[in-house]
Design a protein around this ligand. Sequence first.
Ligand SMILES: *Cc1c(COP(=O)(O)O)cnc(C)c1O
Length: 457
Amino acid sequence: MTRTTRQWQAADAAHHLHPFTDFKSLAERGSRIIVRGDNIYLWDSEGHRILDGMSGLWCVNVGYGRKELVQAATHQLETLPFYNSFFQTTTQPAIELAELLAEVTPPQFNHVFFSGSGSEGNDTVVRLVRRYWDLMGQPERQIIISRHNAYHGSTMAGASLGGMWGMHEQGGLPIPGIAHIEQPFWFDHGQGYTRDEFGLMAARWLEDKIQALGPDKVAAFIGEPVQGAGGVIVPPATYWPEVQRICDRHGILLVSDEVICGFGRTGNWFGCETFGFRPDLMTFAKGVTSGYIPLGGVMVGERIARVMIDQGGEFQHGYTYSGHPVGCAVGIANIRLLQREGIVERVRDELGPHLAWHFGELADHPLVGEVQTCGMMGALHLVRDKATDERFPSRHEVGMVCRAHCFANGLVMRAVGDRMIVAPPLVMTIDQLDEMGALIRRCLDLTLGDLQGRGWL
Ligand SMILES: *Cc1c(COP(=O)(O)O)cnc(C)c1O
């Protein structure tokens, strides 16, 4: 730590290509260097304290500096830092975490396939879905339907399942056998309908797509219960139950990508419980270890697991770090912590409603067009004219203007276009939530003044 911030930034720009980053502009401006975390706060190399409204990257759900997780990792590193789970071997932490996951996930899930991340988990989903239909004697069921503006990771399969056109353009994606429908985003696509009407409409886009492709060609539908990276887009209550009915009617597998929604974020253990559907596969990562160490995986429902186990034959798929013992040890400690402290119930009964109250108050701010929350996630859509919901021209990058004011005032808030989002740690106190609410209002006011000064309003 003897280097100055500028020296760290120069070394960073000289050697490190960052994910989802414009390398040229990063080199010009220098990155912000985070040096320490405690509870819900971060400190940068200049000594600024920042309230982490995004839980790192939607993952540090139990906050920074939890000794229980550090001790679990240390103990496992000392005992057995690595062994694999290929070829009929395994480790105790992998067994125990599998058992614990079967306990906390919905009843149809008794098996898990481990990966190192959410993206890898979704690669595994593609492999599992295709293997299942092969074993069922329906190999022509190949197509997985997803949605525009979905995020399912950044590997070739993950990015293909995702609906981010920018990612597709740079990778020659999607890979074959993946189709997309429009997202259930009322504020963009549903005005003129009630939210419930729109939810049914958006679900029926799935029916239309299935009919267009041929029901016997469609293998699965995948979605995030709430789209996270797409901008915390909370679907109408009518959406998921209708999607479930459509999948059931055609025998299509239903996949819930719970990488963000899992482990308490929405106020239940899993997002599918909050929205009332029953997936056959469930991807997880991020919150399973609260981000302390990489780990991901796929919960495999009885419908699929039974066929794969009973029919036999090797599943030709796996990762060196599938079931990594240190990752699993941290996962166990993290889940025990969530259980012991009743964190999921607190999100449901106290924190989620309080965040919703704060966002409700922010809805009257002149810049705010739409407000949505779900558990400990929230979105504020910035608009130019509140009366008509007129948006700002995208070239103004108003979300980035607001985000800069947030950082300058000690708050991490993410901008997805002009939609400002938060997903703070699940261990906040009510006072800390109030502190965040006040910070958000101050930053919105500063943004308003800034935009007026630029003549953009
Ligand atoms: C973050 C994320 C992923 C990808 O996880 P990685 O660990 O970054 O590979 C997949 N799906 C969703 C919904 C995510 O938010």
